[in-house]
Ligand binder design. Structure first.
Ligand code: ASP
Ligand code: MG
Length: 595
């Protein structure tokens, strides 16, 4: 019999009526011939209430006790849900994470799942029960209760769907599905029926932040189609899956990360290991670095710009000051009033001119881009916070995202159970280091066909990047990576890469534009190597970029430019270092490679 996993978030179980409504949905799915597993969150804002209560008593509550406390929220809802189903005349059994056998590591309040046993759930299902699993919790090897981090019930649901080989995981929530952007920010956002795992990961905040990132990583790793839909109605929602039909649009979503801070480091020595020595201490402080851009600058130094959540800026600055005290270099601009605007789409990989369109749109709206990074399926620009809404609305409309007419219902693709690892393989990979949530590197690749151009110190004002890339595109050059960082004063550095046979044309244009802008100079290299590391879990395993930096530093390979995204880290090194770089990255990530 097919198994369906249905997850109900806090707002969907906020009171007894809602609990009964959720119970009826589960019963209906069972009557339609499915075995049903429900995963429920704590009622309403119960988790927030418990956290405030803890903080009233102790401003640094021990993490173990925090988990003991927070896990009770879900225990309340599973019991009530089982009573609701019983009241409707059907069989139900509630289970805590420990009772199911969801084993996690011991990082209290942010534990990762290592393994899940399915025996008890399967026996209960075979006995005709609807099984109700407490979301967000597990148990470590010493039988301590752990929780998976805020929003973690999604991750419980998708991981249960994975190990039970369910056909799909339904996420019931208070929105109708996934939108082209957060509808609370832009009311003209449109519902989309299909989105791929990678797009969803890149746009972690897409569609009102509906999903916990780690749950999407699970979906991708084990090929579980995720159906995000409303708990208030029966209308179909949106599917996150890989073989989802593409819309044919270059861009499928846009997003805003509102509270970022930009930190610029100038004049650091352009030698192997520099970035590692800046970012390793930051990572050790568990500060989440978002964008990282680096550019080749003048006279043997380099500029590095990066962003962190605004409230983590002070700590990051302290760390940078310590690093440059040893390394040399100086702290440049710090701007706490910036937001990140991104556009994402698988279609971008096949279409040219997407970056130009975004840059032009922002230029026309008089929005300056402080820094820029691109990946195969994402372009992000950092803008002043007071312009961020204008910027988002502009790109959202430029790419037609306000005019999408959603099809009647999403196509739920068959779960391709042969595509991911088999359950036997999964279970085999479960030991203490390599749990279900371990990082998986899918690919480490070397591209030796490109060249690099860096234009130093161009005006940092609206329209500059648009003008440069407009001209480059007009000359028929296909630009791959774009990295813009802050230089000094009102100036920016821009690096871009292109196929080597277009290098001469691109260089000519860059030199012309450089003159027109009175930019300082154009620096270039015909033979570069681009190394890319992609995989599942890069978002939640922030150590991946650090791992790349470490491997290259140890091999004494200098990084000339880099950009990062949720699913990919790209670095540019000298053309002669490509093979060596590929080898050392292979060694660095040997334990994480999907065989
Ligand atoms: N109740 C937990 C929280 O509020 C887990 C969840 O809802 O997903 O974060
Ligand atoms: Mg949630």
């Amino acid at each position: 019999m097919p198994i369906v996993v249905q997850k109900f978030g806090g707002t969907s179980v906020a009171d007894s009526q809602k609990i009964l409504a959720a119970a009826r949905k589960a019963v209906r799915a069972q009557q339609q011939g499915n075995q049903v597993v429900m995963v429920v969150s704590a009622m309403g804002k119960n988790t927030d209430t418990l956290i405030s209560l803890a903080n009233e008593i102790n401003d640094r509550p021990p993490a173990r006790e925090m988990d003991m406390l927070l896990s009770t929220g879900e225990q309340v809802s599973v019991a009530l849900m089982a009573m609701a189903i019983d009241s409707l005349g059907y069989k139900a059994t509630s289970l805590t994470g420990a009772q199911i056998g969801i084993k996690t590591d011991s990082s209290h309040t942010k534990a990762r799942i290592q393994s899940i046993s399915t025996d008890r759930i399967k026996a209960l299902l075979d006995d005709g029960n609807i099984v109700i699993a407490a979301g967000f919790q597990g148990i470590d090897k010493n039988s301590n209760i752990t929780t998976l981090g805020r929003g973690g019930s999604d991750t419980t649901a998708v991981s249960l769907a994975a190990v039970l080989e369910a056909d799909q995981c339904e996420i019931y929530t208070d929105v109708d599905g996934i939108y082209t952007t957060d509808p609370r920010i832009l009311p003209e956002a449109c519902l989309v029926r299909q989105v791929s795992y990678d797009e969803m990961l890149e746009l972690a905040s897409l569609g009102a932040g509906v999903m916990h990132s780690r749950s999407v990583e699970f979906g991708k790793k084990f090929n579980v189609p995720i159906h995000v839909r409303s708990s208030l109605s029966d209308v179909p929602g949106s599917i996150i899956a890989d073989n989802a039909e593409t819309s044919g649009l270059a861009v499928s979503g846009a997003a805003l990360t509102k509270d970022e801070a930009l930190i610029c480091v100038l004049d650091v020595p352009d030698v192997p290991g520099t970035i590692l020595r800046i970012f390793e201490p930051i990572a050790e402080k568990k500060i989440t670095v978002d964008m990282i851009v680096q550019n080749v600058a003048d006279d043997g130094t380099t500029t590095i710009s990066f962003t962190v959540p605004r409230q983590e800026a002070d700590e990051a600055i302290e760390s940078v000051k310590e690093s440059i005290g040893e390394l040399g270099g100086k702290l440049g601009l710090v701007d706490r009033d910036v937001s990140k605007v991104s556009v994402v789409g698988l279609g971008m990989a096949e279409q040219t001119g997407v970056a130009n369109r975004m840059f032009k749109t922002l230029a026309d709206a008089d929005v300056n881009m402080e820094i820029i990074t691109t990946s195969e399926i994402k372009i992000s620009a950092l803008v002043k916070r007071d312009k961020s809404l204008t910027a988002l609305r502009g790109v959202h409309s430029e790419f037609g995202l306000d005019k999408i007419v959603a099809s009647d219902a999403p196509q739920v693709p068959d779960r391709d159970k042969s595509a991911g690892p088999s359950m036997a393989e999964v279970i085999q990979s479960l030991n203490d280091e390599m749990g279900m949530e371990a990082l998986i590197i899918d690919d480490i690749s070397l591209d030796q066909t490109q060249s690099r151009i860096t234009v130093s110190k161009i005006p940092n004002r609206p329209g500059a990047a648009a003008q440069l890339f407009d001209r480059v595109a007009a000359s028929g050059v296909f630009v791959d990576m774009i990295v813009q960082s802050y230089a000094s004063g009102q100036l920016a550095d821009i690096t871009f890469t292109m196929p080597r046979d277009q290098f001469d044309d691109a260089l000519k244009v860059a030199e012309e534009v450089c003159k027109e802008f009175r930019a300082q100079r154009v620096e270039s290299k015909r033979s570069i190597a681009k190394l890319s590391v992609s995989g599942v879990g890069l978002r939640s395993h922030t150590g991946v970029a650090i791992g790349v930096f470490k491997a290259l530093a140890e091999a004494k390979i200098n990084v000339e430019a880099l950009n990062t995204s949720e699913v990919l880290v790209n670095v540019v090194v000298d053309g002669s270092e490509g093979e060596k770089g590929l080898k050392c990255l292979g060694v660095q990530f040997a334990n994480s490679m999907r065989s």
